[in-house]
Design a protein around this ligand. Structure first.
Ligand code: NIG
Ligand code: FE
Length: 425
């Protein structure tokens, strides 16, 4: 007896299922996409119930609805594991200043950078922040992102950090893209604490972290560990307090200088360490030992016009499960587009298109604690599927700067973009 299902997607010429071990992928596994040619996917209650050769899937199911993929290439929805998409104003004037030769840290020291976004966010209402973030989420979804992490960190007061996290929670409820919230109260030292950093650290530890924990507003705690903000000692103190309250940990580590951020991530057993442009060989070893996922953000190096990119190949050789993210933020990476991140990952990090796709799906899912639910097209997982107007995974980063996603399904529901034949039975 064929099983009744809600939907079958048929006529997929090539399907990158990413099926494999139930853990982040390392080494040669990064290239294994578990391709099925001539595939179909069956969906019930938003989840995948069958995936494989079209003939065998269609024999097993009786669908209410059919989507004809028109011979397109299918892959799991992207997971974007590092974003700052809640902000109150863009910062193109800083982009212009950087193009003319000012550095990111110089602009920050002059009261720009994160401080600029903090000033604007403190003035903004929840409603304004939410309505500005919505089109960013729409753009993410239309480019194939179906799950994303979002950080606070432009409030830097108890009230404004809570405001940001509440906006993130609301966005997650209203928008099809699933959101994973991260508390980043240690994103900068607020201007009003410039000469009393320790007082702000105490506020973080004694008031902000406990309040965010008791209201369950964030799953992760992150920090900007860098010479001009939080040093290793500060970072260890804040992250240890966060861990004791039940937060999972992330770090912005070794982006501008190698200062031991990756080593600290390994020591504390952080889920991920992000950026890592300057990571040291010791840092790489510490991450391998501590089971830390390196989240690389090559669009940030690109947007900063930097010469240096994270040493992805060294990390892959060291057995680390590299992941990729946009770092979407108004200062250093104004893009929602993971397809563009794949292009930069291939040309600048020398990752192969297959490695980049793995890094942007299943490994990215593990980087935000969602590896059991999304990131591959496997039975029981969410039916988060992108149908691309592209013959295979290589074509997406190769034909750069445009959107190849013809249809994006989130929990089995097709969203906002034209797609091939669609029959209601
Ligand atoms: O990930 N590095 C720190 N945070 C962001 C930049 C945020 C900003 O400039 O607004 C990043 O690059
Ligand atoms: Fe960031």
């Amino acid at each position: 007896m064929p099983e009744p299902v809600d939907l079958i997607i048929t006529n997929i010429s090539r399907c990158a299922t990413l099926r494999g071990a139930k853990r982040p992928r390392t080494g040669a596994e990064l290239e294994r996409l578990s391709i099925v040619k001539g595939a179909a996917i069956a969906v019930r209650h938003g989840r995948i119930v069958a995936v494989g050769k079209a003939r065998s899937v269609s024999r097993k199911v009786r669908p209410k609805q059919i989507i004809d993929a028109g011979g397109r290439f299918a892959a799991p929805g992207f997971v974007d594991p590092h974003t700052h998409i809640v902000f109150a104003a863009s910062r193109e004037h800083e982009f212009d200043m950087r193009v003319r030769g000012k550095s990111y840290v110089e602009i920050t020291r002059a009261g720009g950078g994160i401080h600029n976004s903090v000033r604007m966010l403190r003035k903004a209402t929840r409603r304004a922040l939410q309505s500005q973030a919505m089109p960013r989420l729409d753009r993410m979804l239309s480019h194939g992102t179906t799950t994303a992490e979002v950080k606070s960190g432009y409030g830097l007061t108890l009230r404004d950090e809570i405001k940001m996290l509440e906006v993130i929670r609301n966005l997650g409820r209203r928008h099809p893209v699933d959101l994973v919230p991260t508390f980043l109260g240690a994103h900068e030292i607020p201007r009003e604490y410039r000469r009393k950093k320790n007082r702000y650290i105490e506020l973080l530890i004694n008031e902000m972290l406990p309040r965010v924990a008791s209201r369950r507003l964030a799953e992760f705690c992150d920090i900007f560990t860098e010479a001009h903000v939080y040093n290793i000692k500060d970072s260890r103190r804040i992250l240890t307090a966060a861990r004791d309250l039940g937060f999972k940990l992330k770090l912005h580590a070794d982006e501008i200088k190698a200062m031991g951020g990756a080593e600290l991530a390994g020591e504390l057993g952080a889920v991920s360490a992000d950026h890592l442009v300057m990571v040291s060989p010791r840092g790489i070893r510490a991450m391998a030992k501590g089971g830390v996922i390196p989240v690389l953000l090559p669009a940030t190096s690109f947007a900063l016009g930097a010469k240096a990119y994270a040493p992805a190949r060294k990390m892959i050789e060291a057995g680390l499960p590299v992941a990729l993210a946009t770092d979407c933020n108004p200062g250093t990476s104004m893009t929602e587009n993971m397809q563009f991140v794949l292009s930069i990952a291939c040309t600048q990090l020398r990752m192969t298109p297959a490695e980049a796709l793995t890094a942007a799906t299943i490994n990215a899912a593990y980087a935000i604690g969602r590896g059991d639910r999304v990131g591959s097209l496997d039975i029981g997982k969410a039916a988060d599927i992108v149908l691309y107007d592209a013959p295979d995974e290589r074509y997406i980063p190769y034909h750069m700067g445009v959107n190849h996603a013809a249809c994006v399904l989130k929990n089995g529901k097709a969203h906002g973009v034209p797609y091939a034949g669609h029959t209601l039975l």
